[in-house]
Design a protein around this ligand. Structure first.
Ligand code: ZN
Length: 310
């Protein structure tokens, strides 16, 4: 009996030590898997990184699920894409979480878009009649390695605020991440340049402006979006109009993401004769170290395959 009791106490002590070391790790929550990929690179072994979205969802339109609220409640740092991408659901998640650390002004409030050089900033005034316009500029920067590297600065800042004695480590991880993204961009650029020696040869449409950062990073001309109003499927008239224009300009292809309406995409391809290429814009969970480079390569390969057929 005595032996058993000692055994039991030993187990209790071991158990509490184990949970203490697990608790010592920071909890970093991101909204998207692409951000989780960047956050893992910066945090290294200092944080457990978890993404709210799995990667198949349309990040504009998701529900503020109770499971999201629970994760936000336990987070030390919460990183989001920003530029109003998650405006429809994240504010609800944050307020319901009751976690002061991750509210605006808290050390763990990590607006990753705040350190990005933003494209498509609207010049004039915005009103609701213009649809789901992102008034702070285009939030779809995660698809470009250069811009994801810029976002890692905000992640580094939030981690360093929360764990100041590891700030040097986070900064050195960030520099490595920036170099990794630079090399990925250079490799992709080289691949695309072989097919398009001049940007004039590569005219690409987007269903929603989700590829603008990617196209701009590689000097490919975007002919604009098939959508007239962001977040609203285009009318038959709009499809016909854009299709004619795309045909006349000799557009190479239209890019769409897996969560865009397939019916509209089919209709556009039918009317214009311009092929629509549907690609993933997010890596999936669980986040694997090579997944982001694969996402980038796949996007480039899909464009190249089309260019060769032309
Ligand atoms: Zn959008």
């Amino acid at each position: 009996m005595k032996v058993n009791l000692i055994h039991f106490i030993t187990l209790l002590i071991l158990g509490s030590q184990f949970s203490a070391s697990a608790e010592a790790k920071l909890k970093l929550v991101t909204t998207t898997p692409n951000l989780a990929f960047a956050a893992k690179a910066i945090a290294g072994d200092e944080a457990e990184v978890e993404s709210l979205l799995k990667g198949m969802e349309d990040p504009h339109f998701v529900d503020a699920l109770p499971s999201f609220v629970l994760k936000a409640a336990n987070a030390d740092v919460l990183c989001f894409v920003g530029l109003e991408l998650e405006v429809g659901w994240l504010p609800k998640v944050l307020s319901k979480s009751g976690n002061a650390k991750v509210q605006n002004g808290g050390k763990g409030f990590c607006d990753a878009g705040s350190t990005v050089e933003v494209l498509d900033k609207p010049a004039g005034a915005i009103d609701r009649s213009m649809g789901d316009v992102h008034s702070s500029g285009n939030p779809h920067y995660e698809i470009s390695p250069r811009h994801l590297a810029q976002a890692s600065k905000a992640i580094t800042n939030a981690l360093s605020e929360t764990l100041p004695n590891k700030a040097l480590l986070f900064e050195s991880n960030r520099l490595k991440f920036v170099a990794e993204m630079k090399s990925l961009e250079a490799k992709t650029q080289e691949k695309l340049r072989r097919a398009f020696p001049s940007a004039e040869n590569a005219q690409i449409l987007e269903y929603h402006k989700e590829f603008t950062y990617f196209l701009s990073a590689y000097g490919i001309k975007s002919l604009g979006s098939i959508e007239e109003t962001p977040g609203v499927p285009p009318s038959a008239g709009r499809i016909a109009e854009v299709a004619l224009e795309a045909k006349n300009l000799g557009a190479l292809l239209a890019l769409a993401s897996t969560h865009n309406p397939q019916k509209v995409l089919n209709r556009f391809a039918e009317v214009s004769g311009v092929p629509v290429v549907v690609v993933a814009t997010s890596i999936l969970l669980p986040v694997k170290p090579e997944a982001y480079a694969e996402l980038q390569n796949n996007l480039a390969e899909q464009i190249l395959t089309r260019a060769k057929k032309k």
